[in-house]
Design a protein around this ligand. Structure first.
Ligand SMILES: [Zn+2]
Length: 294
């Protein structure tokens, strides 16, 4: 499951030891405004239904829109309403569904999916970034997600890229996220939607051109820092904003390479994601599979 701000996406991952098969299940509205208890109850009901239909499931993986501690207690969900901080999410799900439950941050789940069967498969060192309502990130090293000693490594958009910039939802000032997330891009361009921003860009609208250039510049700084620090062979970009294709990919590539001086640009590919909007749910299922087989 991928617990998103708007919808919760679901897949069932079948692993017969040789091949992986993915069954996509229709998404359900998250309806976060109902509060965390109602959202958790819906996750439990959906899991029980699919356990009955496809079961027995070996485990449940849940991609979360934020961070949790080693005990599966929520520490920061930025894009879901309600009182999530302090909720013992993993314990509550485990007790209700009676399956091993694995939590993974949604962007790390996206990274795991793209790095295992998507646009980043086969890479020894991979960096991923999702561009949307928020901006997520993740790192894989030698085919495994890398969480660091702190458990939150890979938060690429919470690097400081503009010390005088706005305060971020994480509390830091000048992160890449508040410089480039979708609503900020729209506000800077004077447009209501991301689609309108890129339509304006295609029509040479000066504000839209400047808004895309500014967002790409700060994202490029964040990606260039990642290249310098961990040396990925590929960077995979996904999320709703990437629907604009080369109109956003091109400026991000240009801005990134402008700040990379230590390695030839052709040594680091920057490519679009391959798995579509279910990548997070697939990654959560892969994380649950890893937990079940380790
Ligand atoms: Zn931040």
């Amino acid at each position: 499951m991928d617990l998103g701000a708007t919808n919760t996406k679901m897949v069932v991952l079948h692993d017969d030891g040789e091949t992986l098969r993915i069954d996509r299940i229709p998404a359900m509205p998250t309806a976060g405004g109902d509060g965390h208890d109602a959202v958790i109850a819906r996750l439990i009901t959906a899991c029980e239904e699919h356990n009955a239909a496809h079961g027995p499931l070996a485990g449940l993986g849940v991609g979360t829109p934020g961070l949790f501690d080693a005990d599966g207690v929520v520490t920061l969900f930025t894009n879901l309403p309600g009182q999530w901080k302090g909720v013992r999410l993993r314990e509550r799900l485990t007790e209700a569904v009676r399956l091993p439950v694995t939590l993974i941050n949604d962007a790390r789940a996206f990274t795991l999916a793209e790095g295992t069967i998507g646009a980043g498969s086969g890479c020894s060192v991979l960096v991923c970034m999702t561009l949307g309502t928020g901006i997520g990130g993740g790192v894989m090293i030698d085919g495994e997600p890398f969480f660091g000693a702190t458990g939150v490594a890979g938060e690429i958009a919470h690097q400081t890229v503009n010390p005088g910039g706005p305060v971020c939802g994480c509390g830091n000032q000048g992160c890449a996220e508040p410089m480039a997330r979708a609503d900020v891009l729209c506000a800077t361009a004077g447009q209501d939607t991301v689609e309108a921003v890129f339509a304006g860009l295609a029509e040479d609208d000066a504000r839209c051109i400047e808004a895309v250039r500014t967002a790409a510049t700060y994202l490029g700084i964040a990606l260039a820092n990642a290249i310098t620090l961990i040396g990925p062979e590929r960077i995979v970009l996904g999320g709703g904003v990437m629907a604009a294709g080369d109109a956003i990919l091109g400026p991000i590539r240009e801005a990134t390479y402008r700040h990379v001086t230590l390695v030839p640009h052709q040594d680091v590919q920057i490519v679009p994601a391959a798995l579509g909007s279910e990548a997070g749910a697939i990654g959560a299922a892969l994380a649950a599979r890893s937990a079940a087989t380790s």
